[in-house]
Unconditional design. Structure first.
Length: 213
């Protein structure tokens, strides 16, 4: 017989399967058996992030240490973050302490401890709200705000350099077009006289005139 783990209603659990919700916590709100032998136990989890999802109970672990799932305290704001590794771009809430809030703006890249307190995941701040506005508990936090000032400055300089180079090419092209409109025999004679140190220019002008140009 398959060994059944001791997971029951109202247990606090963490998702351990390799899925988008791995590392998230929630409460067991239902249990049922399925499968050919009816020995495969499933649990319905109400995840802390607000969704309900069913799992084979082998895909979850009961949280024995209460400190593992306690909500964060000592903060006044919540950052709504889209994790870079989450292609569905779901909204996740993280405690935002004053230290990070003072240097954070919407759109900034941040480090959060998503999917386990020891994990470090990158995300983009979508919104900042007060605890009252969010209205739910939060058990993960913004660990750091990524300072991209130096990188952004380099990119800005690179873009400026590209624009300058592009403009130079356009100006030179227009100059050539304007000069070409005035390239008569007289123009070539003037150039030959100006650059008299190059006798070949004079020879070519004489040859051109000899052809009736």
């Amino acid at each position: 017989m398959i060994q059944i783990r001791n997971i029951e209603l109202n247990d606090r659990v963490v998702i351990t399967s390799d899925c988008n919700n791995k590392g998230y916590t929630g409460v067991v709100i239902g249990t049922y058996y399925a499968g050919y032998s009816r020995h495969c136990k499933y649990v319905m989890i109400h995840l802390d992030k607000g969704i309900k999802q069913g799992y084979n109970q082998r895909s979850v672990r009961k949280i024995e240490n209460k400190g593992e799932c306690e909500n964060m305290t000592g903060f006044n704001r919540v950052a709504i973050v889209n994790l870079l590794e989450d292609y569905s771009k779901k909204d996740y809430a993280f405690a935002l302490y004053d230290t990070e809030f003072r240097v954070l703006s919407v759109g900034d890249l941040v480090v959060v401890n998503a999917r386990g307190k020891d994990n470090r995941v990158l995300g983009t701040v979508k919104e900042v709200m007060t605890i009252d506005e969010y209205g739910k508990g939060v058990n993960a936090q913004v660990v750091a705000v990524v300072n991209m000032d130096a990188y952004n400055a380099r990119i800005e300089e690179e873009n400026k350099a590209k624009e300058v180079a592009k403009k130079k090419v356009a100006i030179k092209k227009e100059l050539e077009e304007e000069i070409n409109k005035r390239k008569t025999v007289e123009f070539y004679e003037e150039m030959a006289n100006k650059y008299s140190d190059n006798p070949r220019l004079a020879e070519l002008v004489a040859e051109l005139k000899g052809l009736g140009a």
